[in-house]
Design a protein around this ligand. Sequence first.
Ligand code: ZN
Length: 62
Amino acid sequence: MSATTDLDETAPIFVQERSVPCDGGNGPLGHPRVWLRIADGAVVCPYCSRRYVLVGEAQEGH
Ligand SMILES: [Zn+2]
């Protein structure tokens, strides 16, 4: 049996910059690209609910 769909949590996406683009990736959650700003360690895309987690040293600007 292969019933592995108990939980369908979206794995967090680890990024190293405070500004990250999100377009929903693939699948039905795709959406026009938006830029998300990580202000407190992590941000959740309001469109596709993907979670972006800031890792490493935060680099302001470029
Ligand atoms: Zn998104």
